[in-house]
Design a protein around this ligand. Structure first.
Ligand SMILES: [Fe+2]
Length: 231
């Protein structure tokens, strides 16, 4: 799969099923499953004239495409990760759904709070500091989404791999708790509509870079997270 962005053809990094065996719910299905590509990550995109500015700001713009499919009983999803700390809080991230529908599963480090944010085309969702996140595609068509994130950190995949996935699995017959987290409060489910202060196309925020400062310096921009009742 290729996309064209900024009038260039871009090749993706591909997440294969066997890269995330540990986090798949349906192990019976997995036994006979081939190592299929699950999703496509087009990283570090830019339009003509923007590249140096984006790098100087310490930002990265990515697009991810997750074709709709089932992993046995479970809806296809990303592997999931946490972000490292930036000062006193972890780095946040912001997503926009470009096509399809996304379910963003957010969970605190010990899953003491878990939230599912349902987002449709055009919705933007901030991953607040301190929340690991997994993106689920709950439909049988492509989910295409974009994100801005700080370019200077490595995501932490191990905690979710060690637990065999997130605190919840989204299955064809509903949400199922992952027993490896022990006792976890109920999943809070909300819609993304009206859930953030950004009203323009996500890429174009590069023309108002102060609105993206919170991604690189969350400590100095905590105010932006205040509207998120769950921060
Ligand atoms: Fe992330």
């Amino acid at each position: 799969m290729k996309i064209s962005f900024g009038q260039r053809n871009v090749e993706p990094d591909v997440r294969m099923l066997y890269d995330m065996k540990e986090v798949v719910y349906d192990k019976e299905w997995l036994k006979d499953a081939e190592n299929i590509p699950l999703y496509y990550m087009f990283r570090d995109l830019w339009k003509a004239g923007d590249r140096q500015r984006i790098e100087k700001l310490g930002l990265r713009y990515d697009i991810t495409i997750i074709p709709g499919r089932m992993l046995g009983q479970e809806y296809v999803k990303t592997k999931g990760h946490y972000h490292p700390v930036a000062g006193t809080v972890d780095y946040p991230e912001i997503y926009e759904v470009l096509e399809g529908e996304a379910h963003y599963l957010l969970q605190k480090r010990k899953a003491e709070r878990t939230i599912l944010v349902k987002a449709k085309q055009g919705n933007k969702v901030i991953i607040p500091p301190g929340y690991g996140h997994i993106t689920i595609n709950p439909q049988n068509c492509n989910l295409k989404m974009a994100n801005w994130v700080c370019r200077n950190f490595e995501s932490e995949y191990e905690p979710i791999v060690e637990k065999g996935g997130g605190a919840w699995f989204e299955l064809e017959d509903g949400f199922k708790k992952n027993p490896n987290y022990g006792s976890v409060p109920d999943l809070e489910i909300c819609a993304a509509d009206g859930n953030n202060p950004f009203d323009r196309n996500l890429y174009d925020l590069i023309n108002e870079p102060n609105k993206l400062d919170f991604l690189v310096s969350p400590d100095e921009n905590k105010k932006i997270f205040e509207y998120l009742e769950f921060f």
